[in-house]
Design a protein around this ligand. Structure first.
Ligand SMILES: Cc1cc2nc3c(=O)[nH]c(=O)nc-3n(C[C@H](O)[C@H](O)[C@H](O)COP(=O)(O)OP(=O)(O)OC[C@H]3O[C@@H](n4cnc5c(N)ncnc54)[C@H](O)[C@@H]3O)c2cc1C
Ligand code: FES
Length: 262
């Protein structure tokens, strides 16, 4: 799906908190619907840098969390000045967006069953993908602690792991992965670099196809700045155009170096 030229203004219609995460919603009647795994470049219409004492911001990249009848939802973790400002937005405030951008996930091959594996705010693109695949699609989700695990409620019936054992399995989400892998599975994963590298290595070892949604620093989001390049076995690619979803088999051991992580 190609994004329409230019930025669009979207009025925030709702803001929710899910533990450590904020979800903002708004209607985008003039944009095409996103494919699961696609992303948008977002910025607040007001107080997005440039004023006295404010740092000028480039827009930031965010996966579509959910899209339904022109309503877009984004899941945000406050990790810096851009996400902090987006987390402050209230109903009635304006968001500027460009998108949908990037490629998105593709349906499982050869009749395989999809298995979703997410870590932290990396669960965002898996929610819209589960909406399309069906609520019964199995999801393994990992978080650092209970406040972050509250984000698991954004997917249907996930199996949860936490680093501190406060919710679900005590340990890494990838501890749960091995027993699920088999000839009948295709994996879809998004999360921090160490998690994605563990998913990649397990899937390659077991010859299970896997589509990984990566992250890298993005300045433009549409191929102009080359700020988002990541290494693959075929050379460097721009993650905003060729990704953010890449086949695990294209990555070699590059996930660890690609700056992926949510
Ligand atoms: C394709 C794509 C999809 C994304 N989807 C989402 C999404 O759905 N929700 C979301 O919240 N973010 C998402 N991100 C990540 C988000 O774009 C970045 O975290 C962004 O840089 C944050 O901007 P900032 O100004 O708040 O922080 P920055 O100024 O960019 O970073 C501030 C500090 O926080 C650190 N930092 C940045 N990101 C993280 C992180 N995730 N965890 C821990 N520390 C971090 C940086 O290293 C830096 O030290 C996505 C990124 C990409 C490329
Ligand atoms: S973000 Fe500018 S080329 Fe990818």
């Amino acid at each position: 799906m190609t994004a329409p030229f230019g930025r669009r203004a979207v009025t925030i219609s709702a803001r929710e908190t899910h533990g450590a995460y904020v979800v903002i919603r708004g209607h985008d009647p003039h944009g095409p619907a996103p494919r699961p795994g696609q992303f948008y470049m977002l910025q607040a219409a007001e107080r997005w840098g440039g004023g006295d004492g404010e740092r000028p911001f480039l827009p930031r990249a965010f996966s579509a969390l959910r899209a339904h009848e022109n309503e877009l939802q984004f899941m945000i973790e406050d990790v810096g000045p851009g996400t902090n400002r987006l987390c402050e937005l209230e109903p009635g405030d304006e968001l500027l967006l460009v998108g949908p951008l990037g490629n998105g996930f593709t349906h499982p091959r050869d009749g395989r069953e999809p298995l979703l594996v997410g870590g932290g705010v990396g669960i965002a693109p898996l929610a819209i993908w589960q909406d399309e695949l069906g609520a019964g699609t199995k999801a393994l989700l990992g978080f650092r602690d209970r406040p972050h695990a509250a984000g698991a409620g954004l997917l249907h019936d996930p199996v949860v792991a936490t680093d501190d054992g406060s919710v679900g399995h005590h340990g890494l989400v990838t501890d749960l992965l091995d027993e699920e892998l088999g000839d009948h599975i295709e994996v879809y994963a998004c999360g921090p670099p160490a998690m994605l590298e563990a998913v990649r290595a397990s899937c390659v070892e077991r010859a299970v196809p896997a589509q990984l949604a990566l992250e890298s620093g993005m300045a433009c989001g549409f191929g102009a700045c080359f700020g988002c390049v990541v290494p693959t076995v075929d050379g460097y690619v721009r993650l905003c155009l060729d990704g953010p979803v890449l086949e695990a088999s294209r990555l070699g051991t590059a996930v660890a170096y690609a700056g992926a992580g949510q």
